[in-house]
Design a protein around this ligand. Structure first.
Ligand SMILES: Nc1ncnc2c1ncn2[C@@H]1O[C@H](COP(=O)(O)OP(=O)(O)O)[C@@H](O)[C@H]1O
Ligand SMILES: [Mg+2]
Length: 247
């Protein structure tokens, strides 16, 4: 449903941040982008909702170039979760989650119902949490609200850029388990950026490995390990304990 066709992005004249990206993300897939810092993961993700525009090539969503869609419509229909907890500090939990439904001019009653439904979905009791301010939540709870907010407008696609990497290991593991279960329940297309192979194995239906702006391979963790397409894939995945982690 999301297809990159020969996509390049240059921020400066003589250097491409990403080059020749061609791949397809299927509807309902948990798709993980992995690679070392600076390899172009965030750039790739942000091109999907046009926070960054490609320098050349096309990106289609459901078969149409995404530049044909009104840019605000496009952004409202693609949820986005960031690493740095980006809740509005002066808004309550309910108000934070309501931002997109408010912009979409939903009825107040529908918004309230949606907030409680989403709090339940991300494992927080609505009555306890809906009127709290972000500062009265733990880091893990704030990221749960970040996920709820991204889901609020019922988008088909959710982009997540290293959403759990600032959290301590136990909280992180819990959120990984929960987001995987959540995705299986709601069947949204999730594009998830990480540099953590363990996280990629736990979450990804398929994993796209990037290095220096170029896509190396797309496949399951087992495929990357057993059938590496490039020396970079082989170097990272060859000896990694994929089996132990995926079971
Ligand atoms: N706004 C920008 N201006 C100039 N260069 C940028 C900009 N954003 C990213 N880059 C460069 O593009 C490359 C890819 O960056 P990025 O997509 O953020 O990588 P990653 O998310 O994998 O760490 C890096 O070399 C980075 O310095
Ligand atoms: Mg990044």
């Amino acid at each position: 449903m999301i297809t990159f066709n020969g996509v390049d992005k240059s921020f400066t004249e003589n250097r491409k941040a990403v080059k020749g990206l061609s791949f397809t993300i299927e509807r309902g897939e948990f798709f993980v982008l992995i690679g070392p810092s600076g390899c172009g993961k965030t750039t790739t993700l942000k091109m999907i909702n046009r926070l960054i525009d490609a320098s050349s090539g096309t990106i289609t969503i459901n078969g149409s170039p995404h530049t044909d869609v009104d840019i605000h419509e496009l952004r409202w229909n693609i949820g986005y979760v960031l690493q740095q907890i980006a809740l509005f500090p002066h808004l309550t939990v309910a108000e934070n989650i309501s931002v997109v439904p408010e912009m979409k001019k939903w009825k107040q009653k529908d918004i309230e119902r949606r907030v409680d439904e989403l709090l339940d979905l991300v494992g927080l009791d609505p009555a306890t949490y809906r009127d709290r301010l972000p500062e009265d939540l733990s880091g893990g709870q704030q990221q749960r609200i970040g996920v709820a907010r991204a889901l609020a407008g019922d988008p088909d696609i959710i982009l997540m850029d290293e959403p759990f990497s600032a959290l301590d290991p136990l909280v992180r593991e819990q959120l990984q388990t929960d987001i995987k279960a959540l995705q299986q329940q709601i069947k949204k297309t999730i594009v998830f950026v990480t540099h953590d192979m363990r996280e990629a194995i736990i979450l990804g239906d398929r994993i796209a490995m990037m290095e220096e702006g170029e896509l190396q391979q797309v496949g399951t963790a087992e495929e990357l390990q057993q059938n590496p397409a490039t020396p970079a894939v082989s170097a990272s995945w060859g000896v990694f304990p994929v089996k132990e982690i995926s079971h």
